[in-house]
Design a protein around this ligand. Structure first.
Ligand SMILES: [Zn+2]
Ligand SMILES: [Zn+2]
Length: 144
């Protein structure tokens, strides 16, 4: 018999002898123990779930964003190149924004490219005129 087995047997016998004591003790502390266990469980559960949610959210978002950008780049490589060149030219003061819409003189403005192969040839438009140009919205602000 190994020491481990000896101890197990001893524990078993000890338990058998003191069964009633144990039972009493167990019954006395059952509710307390259950409450403590469930408290611990729910506390951990919350933090585990929280961690899982956060992890999922972060990964989900970065995956989605990455996928979206990749998709957009594949679909619009010319636009992307144009945008990069345009931003660079703007940062280097090669081109300057007037911050006035070329149609309605509103501001702020966005830069519209008629030809994405000519990144420095821009038309400055306010958001609404710009959207209208892309035929997404009616230019309601030009009616009055
Ligand atoms: Zn545009
Ligand atoms: Zn405008």
């Amino acid at each position: 018999m190994t020491k481990k087995e000896e101890k197990a047997l001893y524990d078993k016998e000890y338990y058998a002898k003191n069964k009633d004591k144990y039972k009493e003790h167990y019954e006395k502390n059952k509710e307390k123990k259950l409450k403590r266990d469930s408290d611990r469980y729910y506390k951990n559960k919350e933090s585990i779930l929280k961690r899982q949610r956060l992890y999922r959210k972060q990964n989900y978002n970065s995956k989605i964003t990455k996928a979206r950008i990749e998709k957009w780049l594949k679909k619009n490589p010319i636009k992307y190149k144009c945008y990069k060149k345009f931003r660079k030219a703007l940062a280097q003061n090669i081109i300057k924004k007037r911050n006035s819409c070329e149609i309605c003189y509103n501001s702020p403005t966005e830069c519209h490219h008629e030809d994405y192969n000519k990144p420095l040839e821009i038309i400055e438009l306010c958001i609404r005129c710009h959207r209208f140009l892309h035929r997404k919205y009616k230019p309601t602000h030009l009616n009055s």
